[in-house]
Design a protein around this ligand. Structure first.
Ligand SMILES: [Zn+2]
Length: 341
């Protein structure tokens, strides 16, 4: 993924007023932003009043007590990185990773492989369905992450390493690790709504040659035109020891209600990595969904950590506590949706 633009107070307010609830404008802002390059800057905090707490249950209720095991999630990162980079140049590592993810998914869930071609690459999205509620609920929440890693460490401070692949402990493996553990929770404690977990391929070779970011999710949306989840959450780069997740810009513009629900969960879970301010405008796997009107938000560390797209993206900068926070918040969001159903 990449960041495009950072808003300061006045443009933020103007953009917010113009575009809130008006997803048709998404393509317009996306096009405008893609031509702008600005220094990374921090926007002002937005008020807590943006969080929809109406249906919130008090802390200490069953929604608040979710025991996510960040240490086990760390082991999923360790295993994935032990296969090496999971970029197109490493087909064996990619097969091992797919096989590993499949081996971790509870047997109560259905797994489908969505194979696709994009820019001459063969990709595989792994689509897991937890349909415990089956036809009793028409609500479907989509959780997604990318499982591939970047082919080139083109942000490495050492220019001699920039042709090397990124190991992707954070950028790739961390999201997968959290989704695997979420799958296990959903198996043990099925919600009253349906949940899909999609592991997207080919997210992270954007701007290498003529490749775009988020190719796997784009193909998924294009090739499943009837797929219309109620809402969705993409997680990406969620293990850093100093995890910091602000409200991603496009998510706040095009899926404000979902984002408010996530921040209400963060509040309930006392997850202080979630910052109640607007972050960067990020091109990630949520964008193809937003473009067809599906409200999907992006939970991503921003500003990106120093290890981003470098050979330093290793497990030494990861933390079980950070993984735990993200896992609990996403599960809380699902159980809250289920509670309100
Ligand atoms: Zn990346």
């Amino acid at each position: 993924m990449r960041w495009l633009f950072f808003l300061r107070t006045i443009p933020l307010i103007i953009a917010f007023l113009i575009f809130v609830g008006c997803s048709d404008n998404f393509a317009t802002i996306s096009a405008n932003f893609s031509s702008v390059k600005e220094e990374l800057r921090e926007s002002e905090p937005i008020g807590k009043g943006h969080v929809n707490n109406e249906k919130m249950r008090p802390k200490g209720s069953s929604a608040a007590s979710i025991d996510f095991d960040g240490q086990i999630a760390m082991r999923h990162i360790e295993t994935q990185t032990s296969f090496g980079p999971r970029s197109p140049e490493s087909p064996t590592a990619k097969l091992q990773t797919l096989s590993y993810i499949r081996s971790q998914i509870p047997s109560s869930m259905e797994i489908q492989l969505h194979k696709f071609k994009a820019n001459g690459f063969n990709g595989t999205n792994l689509w897991v369905s937890s349909r415990a509620a089956k036809k009793k609920s028409t609500t479907l929440i989509m959780l997604g992450t990318h499982w591939d890693t970047r082919s080139q460490a083109d942000r490495d401070t050492d220019i001699t390493k920039r042709n090397m692949s990124v190991l992707g402990a954070n950028d790739g493996a961390s999201g997968v690790a959290v989704l695997i553990e979420i799958a296990k929770h959903l198996h043990k404690r099925p919600p009253k709504i349906n949940v899909d977990l999609i592991f997207f391929d080919l997210e992270d070779i954007g701007n290498i040659g003529k490749n775009a970011y988020a190719m796997g999710s784009r193909k998924f949306v294009e090739e499943h035109p009837k797929y219309r989840p109620t809402a969705g959450i993409i997680i990406d780069m969620v293990c850093d020891k100093n995890l910091r997740i602000p409200r991603e810009h496009y998510s706040s513009v095009s899926a404000p209600e979902v984002l408010s629900g996530v921040w209400a969960s963060a509040d309930r879970q006392e997850a202080d990595a979630f910052k109640d301010i607007i972050g960067g405008a990020i091109i990630d796997d949520h964008i193809p969904f937003l473009e067809v009107g599906i409200p999907v938000v992006n939970l991503i560390h921003f500003p990106f950590p120093k290890s981003w797209h470098t050979t330093d993206d290793t497990i030494k900068f990861c933390s079980a506590t950070s993984l735990d926070q993200v896992g609990r918040v996403v599960l809380d969001f699902i159980y809250q949706y289920s509670f309100n159903y």
